[in-house]
Design a protein around this ligand. Structure first.
Ligand SMILES: [Zn+2]
Length: 258
């Protein structure tokens, strides 16, 4: 089968501490040969770069996730600026807005989201957006960013409506699906995924979170994106092989790994 591309994995996460090399090996065995290790703060961004440095097929995204920006110091942003030009870095993120956890004041989240979007545009790197209970706010900020440059990025772990999906596509963005789309109750989300243009859809594990059916509730790992790919291919009515090739080509183009 064509190889798979996991566009969003927290490979530095503590839960992989004892068996990270096995996790990466199992991904390769499952055909998941390319992964993006996500940063959520300075330490994890550095860890993502280190993982990219020693594992072929792993690349890094650097940034401060909305739930972590409340604790960020001024020097942390300076570090992000230094890290984003390191070898192996292919994206800025994750960034975005989150009203669900409420770990960071909302105006601080907006300030950091704006900084990440501007940095991505300045460096000509794609950005990775996390959004939870914030669709309208995120779309407002993306539209504002669209006014000062092209938008190249991905809405990660997309779980929203067809209308929001359409707006994101119109803004030039990609949409990435994680394990949630495989759950029995997610018929509507599968319908949204089925309606997207083929060149805008991406796959992700969001490891160690969001294990797909039938592994729900267990620690997730990149090898499991195979389950998500199968469900999405079926929803879209295309052979798994074609869907794997398409999503991998989409990711390689977005992250400029062609
Ligand atoms: Zn994430």
């Amino acid at each position: 089968m064509a190889s798979l591309f996991d566009t969003h994995a927290h490979l530095d996460h503590d839960s992989f501490e004892s068996d990270r090399d096995d996790v990466i090996r199992r991904a390769h065995e499952a055909g998941v040969v390319t992964m993006i290790a996500m940063g959520v703060d300075v330490a994890s961004s550095q860890a993502a770069i280190a993982l990219a440095g020693k594992n072929p097929g792993i690349y890094a995204a650097v940034g401060i996730q909305p739930n972590y920006c409340g604790q960020a110091q001024a020097a942390d942003w300076d570090r992000v600026l230094e890290l984003c030009v390191q070898p192996g870095v292919v994206a800025i993120g994750e960034t975005g807005l989150d009203r669900y956890w409420d770990h960071s004041p909302f105006d601080v989240q907006q300030d950091y989201f704006d900084r990440h979007l501007r940095l991505a545009q300045e460096r000509d790197l794609p950005f990775v957006v996390h959004t939870r209970e914030c669709d309208a706010d995120v779309l407002d900020m993306l539209r504002a960013a669209r006014n000062h440059g092209e938008l190249r990025g991905v809405m990660h772990s997309f779980t929203s409506t067809e209308e929001t999906a359409g707006e994101c596509v119109a803004l030039g963005l990609h949409l990435s699906f994680a394990g949630m789309v495989t759950f029995t109750k997610s018929a509507e989300l599968r319908r949204v995924a089925a309606s997207l243009p083929a060149d805008r859809i991406l796959l992700e594990s969001d490891s160690p979170y969001l294990s797909p059916h039938p592994l729900r509730g267990k620690r997730n790992e990149p090898a499991n994106v195979v389950h998500t790919a199968r469900v999405l291919a079926e929803a879209r009515g295309v052979p798994l092989e074609d869907f794997a090739a398409q999503t991998t080509a989409n990711a390689r183009r977005l992250f400029r790994l062609c």
